[in-house]
Design a protein around this ligand. Structure first.
Ligand code: FAD
Length: 414
């Protein structure tokens, strides 16, 4: 009987989907078939559907703008092509024992199962403070319920407070602004009859800190165009839900703002509660070799990719760069474990380097946007064309069915 070797991938979003497809397409078919071992990829995710998070700011405004079937995509059909080499488990990793090389999963049905691994990829990502922008650990129905709840509240909202000055806050403010207030006409800087007062509160002195100041200023003008105001250098110290459904936002100087809708859109937290403490840094990110992506302290053939690991700066762009690196290095490690030294002799580890150029595209409402690519500022029309038009949902289909990772050329021969 060949030994069963499980390659377990935890998390099925940008990082986990890309890794699982790449292993199934480019590694499994090339592992030696000498009858000593059989390999299988087991993908574990807390929901049966992938929440396409980068489109969530527009989805927060209305289901008419982004229908739910475009933002919650079934995971399993895209993997049918691999037959018995693939298994999907809808469940949550609740514990991991690196010594026994075992992960505990609580399935969607509430059953606890233990899965032994030959190789393990940690891709459980991150969560936002607002439930609107990340997959709920209780499944996609919960995320959907959160979207339904804000849609219902928007119908009668007179005021909205959004905290944060990064792309999530700016995009969300732009979407809610245009949805509720419309946009300024020709030669006007604000909409003529806004329905709701919308305020973005940031503790920074500019919007979009990853981009140059003048781009942040342009973002503010585009926000004003849809009836959104920005308060800079203002810290929120707490928020309280009131019995009347409103929220009181308390600022650092004691000022209190009562608002119909409060959206904390600042920062993220890594989803790593199942990871032993000694394998995480102070902020909860998984400690890893930031070049090879291996989690060296966890034993052989363990890797982290995407938001949950400390190598990433929390962007899809990083994951797109990390996936071929990880694929190359996993392949080398699996071949080495198979004692196929010859196959590895002409290859070496591939390394990941964070792209530090000024690169970010931020739609502000449905027709405008700001940003830069590789250090070059791009016009609003370009941001609309690439991202704002459909929030890049057309590319999501290629990620979930694996077409995005069909070509081996990106990593072969490294
Ligand atoms: C609103 C918003 C917009 C963004 N837009 C962009 C953009 O335009 N461009 C860009 O480059 N970046 C963008 N980002 C950043 C980008 O979304 C993240 O970098 C990306 O989601 C990280 O992907 P990931 O696969 O590492 O993890 P995540 O996308 O966080 O997914 C993790 C997956 O793991 C699952 N999971 C979590 N814990 C467990 C567990 N214990 N067991 C099993 N499964 C688990 C989750 O359900 C989820 O499916 C945006 C982020 C936000 C919040």
């Amino acid at each position: 009987m060949p030994e069963q070797r499980n390659i377990v991938v935890l998390g099925a979003s940008y990082a986990g989907l890309g890794t699982a497809h790449s292993i199934l397409k480019h590694i499994l078919p090339r592992l030696p078939s000498d009858g000593s071992a059989s390999y299988k990829v087991i993908l574990v995710n807390s929901s049966s559907k992938w929440f396409v998070r980068h489109a969530s700011p527009r989805a927060a405004a209305s289901e008419q703008l982004i229908p739910y079937d475009k933002i919650f995509l079934d995971i399993e059909p895209g993997f049918k092509q691999y037959g018995l080499n693939f298994e999907f488990i809808e469940g949550k990793a609740s514990a991991w024992d690196p010594t026994e090389r075992n992960v505990s999963i609580v399935t969607a049905g509430g059953e606890r199962v233990e899965v032994r691994y030959h190789a393990l990829v940690l891709a459980t990502g991150s969560k936002t403070y607002s439930p609107l922008f990340s997959a709920s650990s209780d499944g996609h129905e919960q995320t959907r319920a959160e979207l339904d709840a804000i849609h219902a509240k928007l119908a009668s909202a007179n005021n909205i407070v959004i905290v944060g000055g990064g792309p999530t806050a700016v995009e969300t403010a732009g979407e809610l602004g245009e949805y509720l207030n419309g946009a300024a006409g020709w030669f006007a800087s604000r909409p003529s009859s806004p329905k709701a007062s919308i305020t973005v509160i940031t503790n920074a002195s500019k919007l979009l800190p990853q981009l140059r100041t003048s781009i942040g200023q342009q973002a503010e003008r585009f926000l004003n165009r849809v009836g959104v105001d920005v308060r800079y250098e203002t810290k929120v110290s707490e928020s309280r839900s009131e019995s009347n459904g409103k929220t009181v936002v308390v600022l650092h100087d004691g000022e209190e703002i009562e608002t119909d809708i409060y959206i904390p859109a600042m920062g993220i937290q890594p989803l790593s509660s199942y990871v032993p403490a000694e394998l995480k840094n102070e902020a909860g990110y998984i400690k890893q070799n930031t070049e090879t992506l291996r989690v060296d302290a966890a034993g052989a053939r363990v890797y982290a990719i995407g938001d949950v690991g400390e190598a990433s700066h929390n962007s899809i762009m990083d994951i797109i760069d990390q996936t071929p690196v990880l694929t190359t290095n996993i392949r080398r490690d699996l071949l080495a474990a198979h004692k196929d030294i010859r196959a590895n002799a002409d290859s070496k580890d591939r390394v990941f380097k964070v792209n530090k150029t000024e690169t970010q595209l931020v739609p502000v409402g449905r027709n405008k946007g700001v940003g830069a690519i590789l250090g070059y500022r791009v016009p609003s029309f370009f941001v609309w064309l690439i991202k704002g038009r459909d929030f890049m949902l057309s590319g999501a289909a290629d990620m979930i069915d694996g077409k995005k990772w069909a070509k081996e050329a990106a990593w072969k021969g490294q």
